[in-house]
Design a protein. Structure first.
Length: 129
């Protein structure tokens, strides 16, 4: 198992755009931004190799280890909501509060958004004349 670390740098607001560009290069999968009075904190959740990349790019960083159960703990922040008759929730959420005939589903977005599955592309397989 790879130890996950929270690695961050804080830059003055005047250098924020330049620092974001560096972070995009280092972590194209994403990073966190936290605005504060001392400037902008840029945070990557990464392994030792990612920590080294930040040190090379910024000349230093604040580092802390992430507890092993983070993969379960982050889910506590994602709660289902109801918008009218539409139920929106993460796939692991219990479906309490749904009623018969409810318009909510547990299908993924790819099932509905032009993926070619379930008849989402009416011209698929047809020849044009």
């Amino acid at each position: 198992m790879t130890l996950l670390r929270r690695v961050s740098v804080t830059v003055p607001d005047a250098r924020a755009e330049q620092a974001r560009a560096v972070m995009i290069e280092l972590f194209p999968e994403g990073f966190e931004e936290i605005a504060g009075e001392g400037g902008l904190e840029l945070v990557a959740y990464t392994n030792a190799a990612g920590e080294e990349r930040i040190w090379q790019a910024f000349g230093g960083a604040a580092v802390s280890d992430i507890e092993d159960d983070w993969e379960d703990r982050w889910r506590q922040f994602h709660k289902p909501v109801r918008v009218g008759s539409l139920w929106i929730g993460p796939p692991w959420s219990k479906t309490t509060g749904r009623t018969a005939g409810d318009s909510s589903t547990s299908r993924s977005a790819s099932d509905r958004c032009g993926s070619g599955h379930r008849g989402s592309n009416p011209t698929k397989g047809r020849s044009r004349s």
